[in-house]
Design a protein around this ligand. Structure first.
Ligand SMILES: *[C@@H]1O[C@H](CO)[C@@H](O)[C@H](O)[C@H]1NC(C)=O
Ligand SMILES: *[C@@H]1O[C@H](CO)[C@@H](O)[C@H](O)[C@H]1NC(C)=O
Ligand SMILES: *[C@@H]1O[C@H](CO)[C@@H](O)[C@H](O)[C@H]1NC(C)=O
Ligand SMILES: *[C@@H]1O[C@H](CO)[C@@H](O)[C@H](O)[C@H]1NC(C)=O
Length: 345
């Protein structure tokens, strides 16, 4: 997989080649029963720091992700992709948030990545549960989906910067490049999409209210995807951003001002006020829309991170033998091994 680790300039040419190469083997894969259990994964190799890496504490890269059985296969692929493309993989610390203690999930992580530097945190859903409103897609309403709002409270105080990542993505570039983006005075960095029609993220109820509709006054609000964020945790804590996001969720609970889940309250608080990061760091929407999960093609331009946001997930589509072309780019990071083909207990 050495060709992945070159950075992504000649990427599109390689990509089409890869699509051709991978198409063949992946279509031949047997469909798997999603109920196959226990979850069984191959052990990932040990990834060691290159010679140019400092071991100083200040070089630590903090990555926060959620962890649950439904998305475990995605999490494993994401972690593998990050380590594999990192020059200093031993500098990466993973902070996993989970709702309940699932010993199977934890032992899977340990046995798949025996050398991984990670910490586990319990996300107590009591606080957020009362704030969650029904969205257009049930999967978006899971309390764990809202954990990203509480990272600053949950992670230890010495973590003052973090990269939050969804579990349905793979990184194909060195994470240290994303880590070192200059956030200037901003609390959050993410790719911005200013051509997206912002109106549609909020309801008529919102836009027709004389007070609420002034929320974005004096800002140039743009859509950003909350699945890949660089966060200045210190600024987040000092600015009470958790509370600010919660306040909008409380309003949503009483008056329906938007249709999606955890994204709109982030937009309400931060859109137009973030540090834009290069688009290569979130090639999102590969899972299609929120209703049908249709196949999507890659947008033009260099790519450092592929993100299957939307309804379709690559592991499900590959298993169903109806993969989209882009799913073959995820497959090389899949560590799952069906129990049918495993001789272990
Ligand atoms: C990390 O600390 C070392 C030693 O104190 C220093 O030389 C280096 O410049 C620091 N690196 C960063 C990125 O701050
Ligand atoms: C979660 O938080 C609530 C309220 O603070 C508390 O009553 C409950 O015991 C907590 N649950 C667990 C499992 O820690
Ligand atoms: C955005 O969408 C709204 C409602 O669908 C429409 O009225 C408006 O003209 C659109 N704005 C732009 C700039 O396309
Ligand atoms: C954050 O909240 C604390 C306690 O509620 C308050 O003292 C402080 O002034 C707030 N800071 C900001 C920037 O809103």
């Amino acid at each position: 997989m050495a060709f992945w680790s070159t950075s992504s300039v000649p990427f599109l040419g390689l990509l089409s080649l890869l699509l051709l190469l991978l198409h063949h083997s992946a279509t031949a894969a047997a469909a798997r029963n999603p109920d196959d259990s226990p979850l069984s994964f191959r052990e990932a190799p040990e990834f060691r720091n290159g010679e140019t890496c400092f071991s100083a504490v200040n070089t630590t890269i903090h990555v926060a992700m959620t962890l649950d059985a439904n998305y475990l296969r995605g999490t494993m692929a994401a972690v593998l992709s990050i380590l594999q493309h990192s020059t200093c993989p031993e500098n990466v610390v993973f902070h996993f948030l989970l709702v309940r203690h699932e010993s199977e999930v934890l032992s899977s992580i340990k046995s798949t990545f025996p050398y991984l530097n990670f910490k586990i945190y319990r996300f107590n859903t009591t606080r957020v549960r009362g704030l969650i409103s029904k969205s257009i897609r049930q999967a978006l309403d899971q309390p764990l989906n809202y954990a990203r709002i509480y990272l600053a409270d949950i992670l230890p105080p010495e973590v003052n910067r973090l990269i939050y990542l969804d579990s349905d993505l793979v990184m194909v570039d060195d994470i240290s490049k994303l880590w070192s983006v200059d956030l200037k005075e901003k609390v959050l960095g993410a790719p911005e999409y200013c051509h997206a029609n912002f109106t549609n993220y909020f309801s008529d109820e919102f836009w027709s209210d004389p007070v609420l509709s002034k929320t974005f006054q004096g800002r140039n609000p743009c859509y950003f995807n909350t699945g890949v964020m660089v966060v200045d945790v210190e600024k987040w804590r000092k600015g009470n951003y958790t509370q600010k996001v919660e306040n909008w969720m409380a309003i949503q609970k009483q008056r329906r001002i938007y249709h999606l889940g955890s994204l709109p309250p982030f937009l309400l608080v931060l859109a137009g006020n973030i540090e834009p990061v290069d688009h290569r760091w979130n090639q999102h929407g590969l899972g299609g829309d929120n209703i049908e999960g249709k196949c999507r093609n890659l947008h033009p331009g260099p790519i450092s991170l592929l993100h299957w946001s939307g309804k379709g997930k690559p592991w499900l589509r590959l298993d169903s033998r109806k993969p989209c072309n882009v799913d073959h780019l995820w497959a090389p990071y899949d560590l799952y091994r069906s129990s049918k083909h495993s001789f272990e207990e």
